[in-house]
Design a protein around this ligand. Structure first.
Ligand code: SAM
Length: 292
């Protein structure tokens, strides 16, 4: 019986073909099967590299049904490479369920790293990178998107978003609305491509620019947004935020629930928020007593 195969998760370029690693090329050339998001797109890409291997489509809508098929091939000893249209598979791309199932079934999963738009944007944005959160694509529009942005407004880590070109202007406007127009951000557009441009400004300015500059909203873009600085350095601003949140939540929720939420949202120690909540409750009770 042949040895079981391995699943190689292979990153491909996000624009510049030169970013395909030598190792990625090697694994693709010797894979028995390449699972690709769009077989036409990847077929053309592989043909340019002089690689001709059997392709199998694996996208959002058929991932579940492809899993048993791929596991059967691995059992038979085939090495399978997983690629997406661009960049690192599984990062806002299909593959998570496949990787989980393959690992669960006991087969090897080997990452072959390379380009990723989020990391590429972060590496040149010039915003803090010691801690960051990757938010990928937000809900396309409407209340869900606004609610998600509201929940992120106090996040102190640098935030990274993906957005489709035709929604960039609207996204910047929503971000400026939710985070404040003066928050610093970078729009990293067409990374590694001919028209690569990084726009560094405030959210308000970037929103204004995107509304009037067609070039800016052409091509793919990553948005990198500075975290809420108030929470990093300015203890007074953090205290103001905690008070505002507590005043809004205490009348509606049990004290300990309100404290949990505020400590999480404002990135503050629970004990400190708890003490502040008790003090606010006591002062409200005091005022009510005086008014009576
Ligand atoms: N898996 C990919 C990765 O590793 O980055 C991401 C795929 S996701 C479907 C596509 C999104 O990634 C685009 O809408 C854009 O936000 C971002 N993106 C991909 N390539 C890019 C590039 N060359 N320049 C800027 N953003 C890019």
């Amino acid at each position: 019986m042949s040895a079981p195969g391995t699943l190689f998760v292979v990153a491909t370029p996000i624009g510049n073909r030169g970013d395909l690693s030598a190792r990625a090329r090697e694994e693709l050339a010797r894979a028995d099967l390449i699972a690709a998001e769009d077989t036409r797109h990847s077929g053309a890409f592989l043909a340019q590299l002089g690689i001709s291997r059997p392709l199998l489509s694996l996208h959002e809508h058929n991932e579940a049904e492809r899993i048993p098929e791929i596991i059967a091939r691995l059992s038979g000893g085939a090495n399978v490479a997983l690629i997406s249209d661009a960049g690192t598979p599984l990062v806002s791309d299909p593959g998570y369920r496949l990787v989980a199932a393959v690992a669960q079934a006991g087969f090897g999963v080997v990452p072959v790293p390379g380009a990723c738009a989020a990391i590429t944007a972060l590496s040149a944005a010039g915003l803090p990178t010691d801690r960051f959160v990757f938010e990928g694509f937000l809900p396309a529009r409407g209340p869900k998107r606004r609610a998600r942005l509201a929940s992120l407004a106090a996040e102190s880590r640098t935030l990274v978003f993906y957005e489709a070109p035709h929604r960039l202007a609207e996204m910047l406007e929503d971000l400026a609305g939710a985070f404040g127009a003066v928050r610093r951000a970078v729009v990293a557009r067409e990374l590694t491509k001919l028209h690569e441009t990084l726009y560094r400004d405030t959210l308000g300015e970037l929103a204004r620019l995107a509304a009037g500059d067609e070039n800016m909203t052409r091509g793919e873009a990553v948005l990198v947004v500075a975290g809420a600085e108030a929470l990093e350095g300015d203890a007074d601003a953090a205290a103001v935020l905690v008070d505002r949140l507590l005043r809004a939540l205490l009348p509606a929720l049990p004290l300990s629930r309100a404290v949990d939420i505020v400590a999480e949202v404002a990135s503050q120690r629970r004990n400190a928020v708890y003490d502040r909540a008790l003090a606010l409750k006591a002062s409200v009770a005091d005022d009510a007593g005086k008014g009576a």
